[in-house]
Design a protein around this ligand. Structure first.
Ligand code: PXG
Length: 308
């Protein structure tokens, strides 16, 4: 029943050296994978995306990522021209044709080509592409020693405006925050919501540990419901670490015993300073280490399998 991928336009020689991109029903070499300048994904950030990882031929939490993609699309009234089963096959095939065991996968669905006006009704067909590439991890040193982060002036989008639970192509809110962190010499920014409560970081969710209790802000404060975040909550429960989803202030974070960030790219990364305040003893903590190792184990067994 799967109608995609429809065909491959590549010659065998190209398979060896150039990355193949799934684009609107075809696999095309990276140098030929182009979208129109009239695409509303580009003109207005009108679209949705997912960032997914595969570990040794297992696509981690693929079902959850696709559910979030379809929910994001539903909220912005964007019709994805495939069902979840077909999207699964497209993603797995993209990994297979590129012979990638470990990859970072970017799935993008835009409103498609329209005219220069905002009106999405002018866009007749969504643009769908999938890029699977080798991954760039944070430097190993940061995982060993922990990172420092800084609170930035740009607050996280209001849920009533652009809901942070929609993983849209409109990432300027996060990029502004990233620029502010970078300007101060930091790699990641803590973003508060307009009421001053802790929301999340620019591309990661945030957790703290105090007296062995794990806490993270609820999604409704203005955070993405991270797939890694949920995996960590589940792992904590299974490992007898009490978990709370509760409103957090910077004061709570400053006085935490441990802190870490979670995300598909970052996985679980310890934080040892926030706004110049040392967190705990300024070393990655024991609960963090335990969850990091449980997460690494999970990526070895949980996911959609493919062979190359
Ligand atoms: N919050 C935000 C705002 C994100 O964009 C996460 C949390 C973590 O969610 P997952 O489901 O991945 O556990 C994300 C996702 C990057 C990059 O280059 C990171 C994300 C998305 C796109 C690019 O660091 N993180």
């Amino acid at each position: 029943m799967s109608k995609a991928p429809k065909k491959k336009t590549v010659k065998p020689t190209e398979l060896q050296n150039e990355l193949l991109i799934y684009l609107n029903g075809e696999f095309v070499p990276k140098s030929e994978a182009k979208v129109s300048v009239f695409d509303h994904g580009l003109l207005y950030g009108d679209g949705v995306f997912e960032g997914i990882r595969s570990y040794n031929c297992l696509v981690f939490k693929l079902k959850e990522h696709l559910e979030r993609l379809f929910e994001s699309a539903h909220t912005i009234m964007l019709t994805i021209p495939y069902n979840q089963e077909e999207m699964t096959e497209i993603i797995l095939e993209t990994l297979r044709v590129n012979k990638l065991r470990d990859a970072y996968i970017r799935v993008v669905v835009t409103r498609g080509e329209g005219d220069l006006g905002l009106d999405p009704r002018k866009c007749k067909k969504a643009t769908v592409f999938v890029i699977a590439d080798s991954i760039v991890l944070y430097p190993e040193k940061l995982y060993r020693n922990g990172m420092g982060i800084i609170t930035v002036p740009t607050v996280r989008n209001l849920p009533e405006a652009v809901n942070p639970q929609v993983k849209s192509l409109n990432y300027l809110n996060n990029i502004m925050a990233k620029i502010e962190a970078n300007n101060s010499g930091y790699m990641e920014a803590l973003m508060l919501n307009p009421q001053g409560y802790v929301a999340e970081c620019t591309g990661d969710n945030i957790f703290m540990v105090k007296e062995r209790i794990l806490s993270t802000p609820p999604a409704h404060v203005g955070a993405l419901k991270g797939i890694t975040r949920q995996a960590i909550i589940d792992l904590a429960r299974r490992n007898d670490v009490p978990v709370q989803e509760r409103m957090l202030t910077r004061h709570d974070l400053f006085n935490a015993d441990e802190m870490f960030l979670t995300g598909t790219a970052a996985e679980v990364i310890p934080v040892v300073s926030l706004d110049g305040r040392q967190i705990g003893n300024a070393k990655p903590g024991r609960v963090t280490a335990k969850l990091r190792s449980a997460f690494a184990d999970l990526t070895k067994r949980d996911g959609a399998r493919y062979s190359i």
